[in-house]
Design a protein around this ligand. Structure first.
Ligand SMILES: Cc1cc2nc3c(=O)[nH]c(=O)nc-3n(C[C@H](O)[C@H](O)[C@H](O)COP(=O)(O)O)c2cc1C
Length: 321
C-alpha cells in the first residue's frame, strides 16, 4: 500500500451507530466482495470501519444465471446476482474468521418468512456479529423487494427478529431502492417502531439494460439492480427524507460513494455513516482510506472537531408546494 492508500487512524472519525463503535464512518456494503472471509478482512485492512457480510439465507442459493453483472457508463453497474450464498450453517465459519479479527462485522440476513429471517439472525448473533442487517430489499429477488415496500410486512419481520434474538444484537434494516420517498418513510417508521436500531438507505434500484444486437436483456435474469454514481442523488434524497421525517435511529447512507465529498454529502443529509459497494469494485479497496483521508481534510479545512458534527447539517430550505 502506498501512503495515500494507508488507513491513518484519526480519532475525529470515530462514530457510534447505536451501540456499535466504528473507527471511521466507512463500511463495506453487502455482497460486492463475495462470501469469503478474506475479502471482508482485506476491506478492513484497507481502512473500512466495519464490514457487512454477503447476504445469507437459511438454505443455500445458487443465484441467477449469468451474466450477473454488467458495467455501465462511468462507475455505475447493474447486477442480478440472485443472492448466491452457501446457507447460514456453512457460512458461519467464514463469519467467525472475520469476527476473530476484531473487526465490527455486520451479518446480512435473508429469509422467506419472518421466522426464517429470525432463525438466520439468531445464528449470526451467536457467531458474534456486531449487528444484523436485514436484506428486505433486493430488487432482483422479487419477493424481497415486495416485502421491503410493505410497512406491515417489514414490521412483522423486524418484530420477530428482535424478539427471537432477544435484543442481543442490534437490527439494522436495509431499505429498497425506490424514489417513492413517502413509502420509504412509512417502511422506515414501521421498522423503527418494531425495534430496528438503524436504517440503511438504499439497496440497488430496479433497472433494465438491453443488448441491442441480441435484442435481449444484458443480464441473465432479465431485470437487475442499478448501483454506483447513477443512484447517488436518489439514495441521498432518501437519507435526507428519512432524516427530515424525524427518525430517531441512525441512518446509514449507501449508493454511489466514490470520494470523501460523496460521503460528506450523505452525512450532511442526515447519515451517521456510509456504506460503499460498487466503488470498491471500480476504484479498488483503497477507496476506504481515501474517503476517510478526504473527510479528515474537510474537517481540518472547516475547523470541525468531529465527523458526527456533520450529521444533518445541510442548511434547511423550503420545499415549494
Ligand atoms: C455485485 C453486487 C452484489 C450485491 N449483493 C448484495 C447483497 O448480497 N445484499 C445486499 O443487501 N446488497 C447487495 N448489493 C447492494 C449493495 O450492498 C449496495 O446497497 C448498492 O450496490 C448501492 O451501493 P453502491 O452504489 O455503493 O454499490 C450488491 C451490489 C452489487 C453491485
Amino acid at each position: 500500500m502506498t501512503s495515500e492508500t494507508e488507513a491513518k487512524p484519526d480519532s475525529r472519525l470515530k462514530v457510534k451507530i447505536g451501540t456499535v463503535e466504528l473507527e471511521n464512518p466507512t463500511i463495506l456494503a453487502s455482497g460486492v466482495l463475495g462470501v469469503a472471509a478474506g475479502g471482508l478482512i482485506s476491506a478492513s485492512n484497507f481502512g473500512a470501519g466495519a464490514v457487512v457480510t454477503k447476504t445469507v439465507g437459511w438454505k443455500p442459493r445458487s443465484g441467477h444465471p449469468g451474466p450477473r453483472v454488467v458495467g455501465l457508463h462511468g462507475d455505475s453497474m447493474m447486477n442480478a446476482m440472485g443472492i448466491p450464498n452457501p446457507g447460514i450453517r456453512d457460512y458461519i465459519p467464514e463469519i467467525k474468521a472475520v469476527v476473530k479479527q476484531e473487526i465490527p462485522v455486520i451479518g446480512s440476513a435473508l429469509g422467506t418468512s419472518p421466522k426464517e429471517f429470525a432463525r438466520v439472525a439468531t445464528h449470526l448473533a451467536k457467531a458474534g456479529v456486531s449487528a444484523v442487517e436485514l436484506n428486505i430489499s433486493c430488487p432482483h429477488v422479487g419477493s424481497l423487494y415486495l416485502l421491503g415496500m410493505d410497512p406491515d410486512a417489514v414490521a412483522e419481520v423486524v418484530s420477530e427478529v428482535v424478539e427471537q434474538t432477544e435484543k442481543q444484537v442490534p437490527i439494522w434494516v436495509k431499505l429498497p431502492g425506490s424514489t417513492d420517498y413517502p413509502r420509504l418513510i412509512q417502511v422506515a417508521k414501521a421498522a423503527q417502531t418494531a425495534g430496528a436500531a438503524a436504517l440503511v438507505a438504499l439497496n440497488t434500484l430496479p433497472a433494465l439494460a438491453i443488448d441491442v444486437d441480441a435484442r435481449r436483456p444484458l443480464l441473465g435474469a432479465g431485470i437487475g439492480g442499478l448501483s454506483g454514481p447513477a443512484i447517488k442523488p436518489i439514495a441521498l434524497r432518501a437519507v435526507w427524507e428519512l432524516h427530515n421525517a424525524g427518525m430517531n435511529i441512525p441512518i446509514i447512507g449507501v449508493g454511489g460513494i466514490l470520494t470523501g465529498q460523496d460521503a460528506i454529502e450523505y452525512l450532511l443529509a442526515g447519515a451517521t455513516a456510509v456504506e460503499i459497494g460498487t466503488g470498491v469494485l471500480t476504484r479498488g479497496r483503497a477507496i476506504f482510506s481515501k474517503v476517510c483521508n478526504e473527510i479528515g481534510v474537510y474537517l481540518t479545512e472547516y475547523n470541525i472537531k468531529h465527523v458526527s458534527e456533520l450529521t444533518g447539517q445541510m442548511a434547511k430550505f423550503e420545499v415549494n408546494s
